[in-house]
Design a protein. Structure first.
Length: 202
């Protein structure tokens, strides 16, 4: 039961209080690309969650095996990101082939989003944070991965909504577009950073 509560705590904390995108910058460029087409946000969030959870679950035993084989020295700092990227690549290939053969109409819809979700640095960051910085069990690690993806989804939605409202003709021309969006994201980050002394995962 304690493991379930740890999973729930990590899910809520990583989604709302210590949003991985705002505290580390992981996935910011992809998020700014996705919010241009708001109807893709939810599909991308689902794909990102699936890839993140599967990457974390597959990386967990592989990382333990590598740590037993090579220890915890500098070589592990080199191997970990490479292994996460290889796992993400295998998952992408598997998802692309299975979806293209079994559900071609679905593949046509998600074809453009699939590589963005699989090779997003949110996935790499989540797997590395879980196995290198926090050292948690698999079930709470799933909670952290899902929470991080929900936080990404929430922030993408808030950014898309904010970008609609930032399209103001009264705004100076040099401030429109990306500068206004970055200031908006900075204000969101400052609002959420107020909780950091209470809860700290990263």
């Amino acid at each position: 039961m304690k493991t379930f509560w740890n999973m729930l705590f990590l899910l809520l904390t990583s989604a709302l209080i210590q949003n991985l995108v705002l505290t580390t910058g992981f996935g910011t460029s992809i998020m700014l690309r996705i919010v241009r087409r708001p109807r893709d946000i939810w599909i991308f969030g689902g794909l990102l969650t699936v890839f993140s959870v599967l990457t974390v679950l597959l990386f967990y035993p592989v990382d333990a095996l590598l740590a037993a084989q090579f220890g915890t020295g500098w070589s592990m700092k080199i191997f970990r990101p490479v292994v996460v990227i290889l796992i993400a690549a295998l998952l992408y290939l598997l998802a692309a082939v299975l979806t293209k053969r079994a559900l071609p109409h679905v593949y046509g819809r998600i074809q453009r989003l699939l590589p963005l979700a699989a090779f997003n640095n949110v996935i790499v960051g989540v797997a590395l944070v879980i196995n290198h910085q926090v050292k948690i069990e698999p079930l709470p690690a799933v909670g952290f991965a899902v929470g991080s993806c929900l936080g990404f989804l929430l922030l993408s939605w808030l950014t898309a909504e904010g970008m609609e409202r930032l399209d103001n003709p009264d705004m100076p021309v040099s401030f429109r577009g990306l500068p206004a969006t970055l200031v908006y994201l900075g204000i969101l980050a400052l609002a959420l950073m107020g909780f950091t002394p209470v809860f700290s995962l990263l």
